[in-house]
Design a binder for this molecule. Structure first.
Ligand code: ADQ
Length: 475
């Protein structure tokens, strides 16, 4: 088995004590890295006054990591800037929130070069390199420009936007061309893959050959490879005391009312304002639900310094206040809005206590909360998942109640249907979704991608083909 080098913005392996709260990505990569004796490369999260390229090697939980420190200006322009304030909103279909500045783009280019130059001496000829997410799109191309002919793959965790939106980014062409320096590119859902292919064909002049995108001598396999849960590990929380305590506490505070739960990072893409409006519609139009339903929305803040986050925070404070002010009674508050992080076990208990999981992002690459909610349910008496049609997960979890997250009426109607769904129908839908979640878990996902990346029958685009900067045949 060739050695695997995983690269992401941040190296995410935690120490033993924190293991239970690892992300699905960390679980999947840790297993593959251990098996191949590989390592995980990325930013340490620490800042240093002047970039030195010095690498800190560690071994945590049997996984080797190699991390670099970045300058404060790098962190500001590359991570908080181009990644979070330019690419993230644009790729989530929010050009109105997209900040376009040359400083951000320059920082992004500089840090991707820094990653490439620091990583280069660590790469051996047979290594497989797997790059993750929008922070590092140009990295593969920079490695090619330095002469690397290794098999290099890229997985995009978020959507790829339609060409009409991507064109508003001054660097759209460079970014899309950089995708073609990879041997394999993975998308969460067919919609994001189709959007990339549409741009590649209509704006770069590429052609399609089965699953491959071809441009001059470049040949890239573009695949749909939806990320899954570490389902065994997640369901294992059923035995945890913390999960049971959280479930019991919620059941007690619900006082016999049906609990609806939402769990998201506080982000404009998650559709929280629209979700609150859906609850408001339910209570306004169907008064029989007043005092019978209680919604818990968990949304810890992220990227607090960006103006769009301050705006959404203020809007949610206002609308939760309005809903509670309008409908609350002496002993019932309809909406509990909490800006806090919970451990995986606590979340499991919270999901399990909820009759409805309300997952309504306006756009989401996948959305693992939807899968976590289903996996946490008691199969004998499962809750119902209400899911946005614009989450990548909707292509897999087709037995959820699928809604348009922009429509409060749609959300209110789905909530009423979920809250009254007969047991047999809930069990049937849950069984079908669990079968998919178990079969296509996070190990299935990493094996599927790595099988494609390690496929030696495919010729890699060697360094000599690409070193010139622009491929022959590019328009
Ligand atoms: P995210 O946008 O972060 O990830 P998501 O897939 O929903 O979104 O994952 C969030 C994770 O954070 C879940 O595991 C969830 O349990 C956890 N989480 C959320 N709120 C929490 C809280 N209050 N306390 C503790 N944990 C919390 C990106 C893409 C997604 C894609 C993933 C993985 O945007 O579309 O599914 O990567 O590829």
């Amino acid at each position: 088995m060739p050695r695997l080098i995983a690269v992401s913005n941040r190296v995410q392996i935690e120490s033993q004590g924190e293991q239970r709260d690892r992300s699905a990505l960390a679980v999947a990569l840790a297993a593959a890295l251990r098996e191949s004796n590989g390592f995980w490369f990325g930013w340490s999260g620490s800042e240093i006054e002047t970039f030195t390229g010095q690498i800190t090697f560690r071994r945590m939980d049997g996984v080797a990591t190699a991390a670099i420190d970045l300058e404060p200006q790098d962190a500001r322009e590359y991570c908080d800037g181009f990644a979070s304030r330019t690419l993230w909103p644009l790729f989530h279909y929010r050009p109105d929130l997209t900040e376009i500045t040359r400083d951000f783009a320059g920082g992004y280019a500089r840090v991707n070069w820094r990653f490439a130059e620091t990583l280069a001496p660590l790469i051996e000829p047979d290594d497989l390199v797997w790059v993750h997410d929008y922070h590092l799109i140009p990295l593969g191309r920079h490695l090619r420009e330095q002469g690397f002919g290794n098999r290099i793959g890229f997985f995009l965790h978020i959507p790829w936007p339609p060409a009409s939106l991507l064109l508003s980014l001054p660097e759209h062409r460079e970014l899309a061309l950089a995708m073609l320096a990879y041997d394999v590119i993975g998308f969460q859902a067919d919609e994001w893959r189709a959007a990339f292919l549409d741009y590649a064909v209509n704006h770069l002049g590429a052609t399609l050959d089965g699953e491959h995108v071809v441009l001059g001598e470049w040949r890239t396999r573009a695949m749909v490879c939806p990320i899954g849960l570490d389902a065994d590990d997640f369901s294992g929380a059923v035995h945890s005391l913390i999960a049971r305590q959280a479930e019991t506490r919620l059941a007690v505070s619900a006082q016999g009312r049906s609990l609806v739960v939402g769990v998201d990072r506080l982000d404009p893409s998650k559709g929280l304002e629209e979700r609150f409006a859906g609850l408001e519609r339910l209570l306004a139009d169907r008064p029989e639900w007043r005092d019978k339903v209680f919604m818990l929305q968990i949304a810890p803040p992220a990227r607090e310094d960006a103006p769009s986050y301050r705006r959404i925070r203020d809007a949610l404070d206002a609308s939760s206040g309005r809903i509670n002010g309008t409908f609350a009674t002496l002993d019932w508050v309809p909406l509990h809005y909490v800006n806090q992080l919970f451990s995986r076990d606590e979340l499991f208990g919270i999901y399990r206590a909820a009759r409805v999981g309300l997952v309504t992002p306006l756009r989401d690459g996948m959305n693992l909360v939807a899968k976590e909610y289903v996996a946490a349910q008691n199969p004998a008496d499962p809750g119902v998942l209400v899911l946005s049609c614009f989450a990548g997960a909707a292509a897999q979890l087709t037995e959820a109640l699928i809604v348009n997250p922009h429509s409060p009426e749609d959300i209110a109607e789905a909530l009423a249907r979920a809250l009254t769904m007969p047991l047999a129908e809930r069990q049937e839908r849950h069984r079908a979704m669990m079968a998919g979640i178990t079969a296509q878990d996070v190990r299935w996902w990493s094996n599927r991608f790595l099988d494609a990346l390690g496929d030696n029958s495919e010729q890699t685009a060697g360094p000599c083909l690409i070193a010139s900067g622009s491929p022959s045949g590019a328009s």
